[in-house]
Design a protein around this ligand. Sequence first.
Ligand code: GLU
Length: 427
Amino acid sequence: MVAVTSADKPTMECETEHFLGAQRQLDEIAEEMGLDRELHERLRYPKRALIVTVPVRMDDGSVKTFTGYRVHHDVTLGPAKGGIRFHPEVNLGEVSCLAMLMTWKCALMGLPYGGAKGGIRVEPWKLTTGETERLTRRYTSEIINLLGPDKDIPAPDMYTNEQTMAWIMDTYSINVGHTVPSVVTGKPVSIGGSFGRTEATGRGVAYCVRRAVNHFNIKSDAPKVVVQGFGNVGAVTAKLLHQAGYKIVAVSDVYGGIYNPDGLDIPRLMAYVSEMGKVQGFQDSQEVANKDLLTLPCDVLVPAALGGQITEANADKLNCKIIVEGANGPTTPEADSILHDKGIIVVPDILANAGGVTVSYFEWVQGMMHLFWSEDEVNQRLEQIMGRACDQVLELSTKSKLRPRMAALRIGVSRIAEAKRLRGLYP
Ligand code: GLU
C-alpha cells in the first residue's frame, strides 16, 4: 500500500478552529447518513476563496490598507449567496466556515443558491461614512469578477446594511455599464429592495420561537424570553414576540444588558434606544452584564449577537428550556453537546435565522421579474417557507432521534449531495 502523504489529503489555509468546528459537524452528519466518501470530501472545503488587499484614502489624506475576503463554499444549486461583514475578527477561516453554513442554510430552505460569505477585517465603528463608502467600493471592485446576479449575490451581515448594499450595487453597475439591482439583496426599497427584507431575519427567529414553544409544550401564558443583542435581528425578534404576548425579561447590546423579571416594555425600549443609542438606563430595569444575561432564568434564550457566545465555560450554567439561534454560530460544538446532555433544545442558526436569506431570495426573484410584492405577500410567503422547513426538521429530528441541528444539517447536506450526484463530475 502507498503511504498517505499530506499532499494526498486536501488541506487549506482556512483551517482555523472556527472552520474546523463546521467541518467536524459535517463529518458527524456525513457519518450518520452514510454519505459517499468522495462527495463528503468535496464538501469539506470551499470551492473557491479570494483574498484581496483594499487600500482606502482616509479623511486625513493618508492611505490605510485592509484585508478582504469572498468565499464560495458551493455553487451546485445556483449562484453563491451570503452576506458581507465588516468586523475586526474577520479572517479566512471564519468567512469559510460561514460560507459553508450558508450552503446548508439555503439548501435547507429549498432556495436555488450555493453558499458564500465575505468580509473585511476592520473596526467599522472607527470609520467615517466617507471612509466606509470608499472601503466598500474598493472592496467591491477587487472582488468584482466573482459577483453577478447569476454568479454571487451579497447581502448585509454584521456591521453592513442597506446603504452598504446600495454602494456595492452602484459600483458593480458602473463597472458593467448598466444598472444591475439584482447583484445584491438587502438594498433599499427605493432602488429595488424588497418590502420586509430588513425585518425578515428577526421575523423568522420569532416564528421559530413560537413554533418551538408549541412543539416542545412550554406551558406558560407568557413564556419568558432573553434576547442577547438588540440590533436588527434581536430588536425585531423582541418586538414581534412582545406583540405575540411573550414576556421579554432581558435584552443586551455591546454596552451591557437590562433585566426585568416582569417583562420589558419593548416598544418604549425601542424608542429609548433610538434616542440614547443603548439599552442600559431604561426605566424599570436593572443592569446586567452580558455574560450574566445568558444564564438568567427563562423559557427561551435568543442569542442574536456575535458567534461563539455559548461555550464550554457557560453552557452548564444556562437556565433556559430552548435556545433559538438568531446569530450565526453562537454555540460552540463543545457547548452543543453539554446543552444536549442538559436537555436544552437548540433550534439551529441555519433554520432559525434563515428568514433573512429567504426574503433575499424573494428580493432577487422580484428584481429578475421586474415586479414587486406587498409587505403582506412577502411575510406570508416567508411564513410558508419557514413553516415547511421547521416541519421537516422537527419531523426528522423526532423520527431519527437527531438533535434539531443535526436534522437540519442532514436535510441541507443530503440535498446538495443528491444534486452533486445527479450533475456528476466534470470532466
Ligand atoms: N447574512 C445573512 C445570513 O447570514 C443573510 C444572507 C443573505 O441574505 O444572502 O444569513
